[in-house]
Ligand binder design. Structure first.
Ligand SMILES: NC(=O)c1ccc[n+]([C@@H]2O[C@H](COP(=O)([O-])OP(=O)(O)OC[C@H]3O[C@@H](n4cnc5c(N)ncnc54)[C@H](O)[C@@H]3O)[C@@H](O)[C@H]2O)c1
Length: 345
């Protein structure tokens, strides 16, 4: 069962699981998700996680072996404006789910949780990367609640025997990402390019600089990490899911225009606000990739059913052997562009 399976990331996980012959159900309240994102063949439970009884009923009715927990209030800005709402969905809603998973009559053995590397580590100092052992420095209610829920998972493992994994995503991009939100810069930029609007680079420090440095990871790779974790293929309790590649907003603008084959005006914007930045801060290294690490990235493109440290890089972050190593070079950008173009027709 995938909570949030009508949303961006969850719908890709559902698709991959169905493709591998699994039976899949989606639990979603359709607040930001869409019914049409739920792939054919997946059963939809239209339930809000804050509804404790409804959540329990769905778990006991479908009786999944494993749960991928993607549903969330996923906006940093909303969490700052409404911290209680964020806690009600991301902490209490999550606890309703864990209680249902461990209730009598449930068959759930494993829960995989969508956490955030982007927000949990805070702003990573220049020249450094955040590995899983980096001390978290959450700065928004969203990040604090994600971290709290990771810790609650550990309690359910110790006291109720539930196997759990937290996957800390970097900045995810790909088809079906909402271009109208406050985050999701890749979708937003593709949308702007399609409609001929200018792109704005918010400065990191000074007007005119190349903007934030982030790690952009393709949604299919994030889904693959989830599928592996759901089958018990990730030994760690928490794992970063990113590419380890640093991309500035300027490079992102250039890559998107290159992939789209169209050019628009690029404007310098205001200095980025720390709090709204938190969502897109990154576990990635802010140093340029060395030739050896980019070569090893290409060598590791063949999907394998295991996770590995990327050889030749100074990164302490665990990365999956990715298929699309960064926005500038990867298939992901092309897929995202073609999907947007098709939708705009
Ligand atoms: N997209 C990213 O870059 C990113 C980065 C780090 C972490 N994450 C996490 O990954 C997960 C998926 O994110 P996404 O980008 O696909 O977001 P999304 O908004 O597309 O998907 C979230 C889904 O959860 C559903 N939902 C929200 N509140 C609910 C509730 N109370 N009960 C039931 N369903 C509810 C929504 O309808 C939606 O379908 C979230 O947990 C998010 O915090 C995302």
């Amino acid at each position: 069962m995938i909570t949030g399976g009508a949303g961006f990331v969850g719908s890709h996980i559902a698709e991959q699981l169905l493709g591998q012959g699994h039976e899949v159900a989606v639990l979603d309240n359709l607040s930001t998700g869409r019914r049409e994102n739920v792939p054919r063949g997946a059963q939809l439970y239209e339930v809000d996680l804050r509804d404790r009884e409804g959540t329990l009923r769905a778990i006991l009715d479908y009786r999944p072996d494993a749960v991928s927990h993607q549903a969330a209030q996923a906006s940093v800005v909303v969490s700052v404006r409404e911290p209680k709402l964020d806690a009600e969905i991301n902490v209490i809603g999550g606890l309703n789910l864990l209680d249902a998973c461990t209730a009598q009559g449930s068959r759930v053995e494993r829960v995989v949780f969508a956490s955030t590397g982007g927000a949990i580590y805070g702003e990573v100092p220049e020249g450094k990367r955040a590995g899983e052992d980096t001390v978290p420095a959450p700065k928004s209610p969203y990040a604090i609640h994600k971290l709290a829920f990771e810790q609650l998972l550990a309690v359910y493992t110790t006291h109720r025997g539930l196997a759990t994994t937290a996957l800390r995503y970097a900045n995810v991009y790909g088809p079906r990402q909402d271009p109208h939100g406050e985050a999701g810069v890749v979708a937003i930029f593709f949308d702007s390019v399609l409609s001929g609007r200018s792109l704005r680079i918010n400065a990191r420090r000074e007007a005119g600089d190349p903007g934030c440095i982030r790690d952009y990871v393709y949604v299919a790779d994030v889904a693959r990490a989830n599928v592996l974790a759901l089958s018990g293929g990730v030994a760690q309790r928490a794992m970063n899911v990113g590419t380890g590649s640093a991309t500035t907003t300027r490079e992102l603008c250039d890559a998107i225009q290159r992939v789209a084959g169209r050019r628009v005006e690029v404007q310098p914007g205001a200095r980025a606000q720390v709090i709204s930045n938190v969502r897109c801060s990154t576990p990635a290294c802010v140093r340029r990739r060395s030739a050896s690490s980019s070569a090893s990235t290409r060598a590791s493109r063949t999907p394998t059913p295991s996770f590995q440290l990327r050889a030749g890089s100074t990164c302490s972050t665990t990365v999956i052997p990715i298929e699309s190593d960064d926005v500038a070079a990867g298939e992901g950008a092309l897929q995202t562009w073609s999907w947007r173009e098709k939708r705009s027709r």
